[in-house]
Design a protein around this ligand. Structure first.
Ligand SMILES: Nc1ncnc2c1ncn2[C@@H]1O[C@H](COP(=O)(O)OP(=O)(O)OP(=O)(O)O)[C@@H](O)[C@H]1O
Length: 762
């Protein structure tokens, strides 16, 4: 979508480059629609005029703190601005009221100390450098002044800095909304300390982030009439369960397991632990330690944080005992039993781990063994016990580990919520959403499918919000906005989540049919959506499918879709653990009601997630949203490296779209007298006083052949001010500048370009 530019020799332009995405240079030759550009890197390239963008030759080398101040709001301009700022450690930049945060991968403590918080507390938005504190402050002030609930949506890919930003927001809100001299565990302390607890149990090292949150999170902070924090609630989404029993090098399992293996000797002895290298669930990867992290200290810190959030010491002991049991469970191996298709614990070592797991779960060892090696088939008349082969027994063992861990995580979240408490009288809240960004990998499975559904929904929310805001403004000013294209992704959402016949519905259907496989599921998708413009079947595959998301095409592999969508507790595991002598463990598996034990064991993760998202969106819709887009400048997780292509890919997943939306309207408004005063020089005859300012303005615009403006009357308090409104996508500054300086590029109708009347003559 390059700009349609008229280019002359000596023009400064950006041309595409395979290594750095965009490279700047000077036009040295023009041949019809082809130009030769001498790049600043030294090389000379031939490019099509339609593939180049104008470069602002007067741009500050330090960049600008708000993208809307850029002369050209196009891809290369945006990337260059972020890079220039990153190079001087300015990691935050506004795009209007969206904050873009580029991960520095190095600590800047002075940016976040209490002195800084005090500064932002007193400043108007935009007065100080861009900062998450400014966003949190704006939300807080709006909430107090307008009495409207707020939300801050933090997005970005894994490792981009969402959780760090979220923690900063929460710290700031605790600072402005906290009770300074309160004693004991205050609500805000509990809210803040919930972070290390959730990170211990829900975060892990991945290739993309050493401290990756493997769940989504929405924290609702409630306030009383006086703006003091009075309660909070944490909602979590889709914890990655498979990590508990399957990790690949050089990733790690959840942090809590390594902390536990570094616990003080008495705990190690109590839980019969050993070196993490001896546990199958941890030693599938060679990574056991993290740089600059001491797991033994983290263990104690996590326990302290658990104290603060109200998890008693008995409960903590039970939690770590269950974790130890999971590790022992993972070390039970199976060999073939005497009968066909049967299995038994493989050797004395496996028996030891089986006994230890049973001891730690406080359940019957024989029942545990049977629940792994056998299954009970219930028919109308009788129950038949059948053996499982060693492979099936391993799957059973892992299923048990996963369900226990996921119930444990939910218990912790619930406990934190109960102990912080909700304020039933709270008038308003600020919600902070830290949720996985759009994902597109080589292999994309059910997790990516759910993550990308989340992002589609949030994108729709964003579009609707921005358009709604602009449209309200236009209606107020009686501007005709009907031609502004409303970018709606409802069609993708229908494709995925339509009640009847959407992908999730078809997946649930497949999960219920006994003979379904991922291939029959894929065939059904191909049949149903063969003419859907957002769906396609890749050539040469029998079970993959492509969805055309707002942020790009993603190819999904259906192989594990059915399995991953099924959420049920194996009946034998339910019976085993609900009979545990440990009330904590049996509490994780409350007895099933008659009805639910009789009804289908299958419950759909996809459908439940869809409902959770619906509830989240309803909450968000009742708030005034603010946005923070986190960007990861490199995949080495190292400071000082800004990879243009990498950054651009992330910007294309939403950020540029965000800019585009806010540029699609009429953002620039000039009073007629001001306009005539400023640009009258283009047509001095209009300054002779023979016509009014509106007519003079129209003549002036005719003179420079500028179309697409509207004349409006703004009702401003009691004063009526005549205003001229121009669509943002006309770059008239270059036009006007041409009259003042020898500027050689004229650009029309570029979506990413912006009207810069204000700066054009300065
Ligand atoms: N503002 C910051 N200052 C210093 N370091 C940061 C900042 N933001 C992020 N980081 C570094 O980047 C790492 C990754 O950030 P973070 O965990 O917040 O990413 P994320 O977007 O939440 O990723 P995921 O989706 O995997 O959870 C942090 O552990 C920290 O080392």
């Amino acid at each position: 979508m390059a700009a349609a530019v008229h280019v002359e020799v000596e023009a400064q332009v950006w041309v595409e480059d395979p290594d750095v995405a965009w490279i700047d240079g000077e036009v040295i030759e023009v041949n019809g629609d082809q130009i030769k550009v001498k790049c600043t890197s030294g090389k000379t390239v031939i490019a099509k005029v339609s593939n180049v963008y104008p470069k602002d030759a007067e741009a500050s080398p330090c960049g600008v703190d708000d993208m809307t101040k850029l002369a050209y709001l196009h891809e290369p301009g945006v990337v260059q601005n972020l890079k220039s700022r990153y190079d001087i450690n300015e990691i935050y930049t506004y795009t209007g009221n969206i904050l873009i945060a580029v991960n520095p991968f190095r600590r800047f403590p002075h940016l976040y100390d209490s002195h800084m918080m005090e500064q932002y507390k007193r400043a108007a938005f935009g007065e100080l450098s861009p900062h998450p504190f400014a966003v949190a402050d704006a939300a807080y002030r709006l909430m107090i002044n307008e009495g409207v609930s707020q939300s801050i949506l933090v997005s970005g890919e894994s490792g981009a800095g969402k959780t760090e930003s979220t923690k900063l927001l929460m710290r700031y809100l605790a600072y402005v909304g906290g009770r300074a001299a309160a004693e004991g565990r205050t609500v805000e302390q509990q809210v803040l300390e919930s972070n290390p607890v959730l990170e211990a149990f829900g975060n892990a090292k991945t290739v993309r982030n050493n401290n990756s949150s493997r769940f989504g999170k929405f924290v609702e902070i409630q306030f009383d009439q006086r703006g003091r924090i009075s309660g909070a609630a944490i909602r979590t989404y889709l914890l990655e369960r498979s990590r508990v029993c399957q990790i690949s090098d050089p990733e790690r399992n959840y942090h809590c397991f390594y902390m536990l293996c570094s616990a003080p000797p008495e705990d190690i002895e109590r839980y019969k632990l050993e070196n993490p290298r001896t546990f199958h669930y941890l030693n599938q990867s060679n990574c056991f330690e993290l740089d600059e992290v001491d797991d033994s200290k983290e263990y104690l810190a996590t326990r302290r944080a658990m104290d603060v959030v109200g998890i008693s010491s008995d409960e903590q002991d039970a939690i770590f005992r269950v974790l130890a049991a999971i590790l022992h469970l993972g070390n039970i191996e199976f060999s073939e039993g005497k009968e066909i298709d049967s299995s038994i614990p493989k050797d004395e070592n496996s028996w030891f781990h089986l006994r230890t797991a049973a001891e730690l779960f406080m359940c019957n060892v024989k029942v545990l063994e049977d629940s792994l090696c056998k299954r009970i088939i219930v028919t109308r008349d009788e129950s038949i016990t059948k053996g499982l082969d060693p492979e099936a027994a391993v799957l059973r063992r892992d299923a048990l580990a996963k369900i226990v861990y996921s119930r444990l995580f939910d218990w912790i979240v619930n406990k934190i919520n109960n102990s912080i408490g909700q304020d039933p009288n709270s008038k308003f809240l600020i919600g902070v959403l830290d949720i996985y960004g759009f994902e597109s990998f080589k292999t994309n499975s059910f997790e990516q499918f759910c993550i990308n559904l989340t992002n589609e929904k949030l994108q729709q929310h964003f579009n609707q919000h921005v358009f709604k805001m602009e449209q309200e403004e236009y209606t107020k000013e009686e501007i005709n906005w009907s031609y502004i294209e409303f970018i709606d992704n409802q069609d993708v959402l229908d494709l995925i989540e339509k009640k009847r016949g959407g992908i999730i519905a078809l997946l649930d259907e497949a999960c219920l049919l006994p003979r379904s496989t991922h291939e029959t599921f894929a065939q059904k998708l191909y049949q149903t959506f063969k003419n859907h413009q957002r769906f396609s079947k890749p050539k040469l595959t029998r079970s993959d499918f492509i969805i055309r998301h707002y942020a790009g095409d993603v190819t999904y592999q259906t192989e594990l879709f059915l399995d991953k969508n099924k959420d049920y507790v194996v009946a034998e595991h339910q019976a085993l653990l609900s009979a545990s002598k440990c009330p904590f463990v049996s509490g994780l598996f409350p007895p099933l009601s008659e009805d639910s034990s009789k009804s289908s064991k299958f419950s759909s993760i996809g459908s439940r997630f869809k409902q959770q998202l619906q509830a989240l969106l309803e909450t968000l819709n009742a708030t005034e949203p603010h946005y923070i887009r986190c960007v990861k400048p490199n995949n080495h997780l190292k400071p000082g490296i800004f990879e243009n292509i990498n950054v651009l890919q992330q910007l294309r997943c939403g950020v540029l779209e965000a800019i585009r939306i806010s540029c699609a309207g009429y953002p620039t408004r000039r009073a007629f007298d001001e306009f005539v005063y400023r640009f009258g020089i283009l047509a001095p005859e209009v300054l002779d006083g023979s016509c009014d300012e509106i007519t003079a303005t129209k003549r002036l615009l005719e003179k420079v052949d500028l179309k697409g403006y509207q004349v409006t009357m703004e009702v401003n308090t009691s004063l009526q001010v005549s205003r001229l409104t121009l669509p943002k996508y006309l770059i008239i500054d270059t036009f006007l500048r041409k009259a003042f300086v020898n500027f050689s590029i004229i650009t029309y109708n570029s979506t990413f370009c912006k009207l810069m009347l204000i700066y054009s003559s300065s």
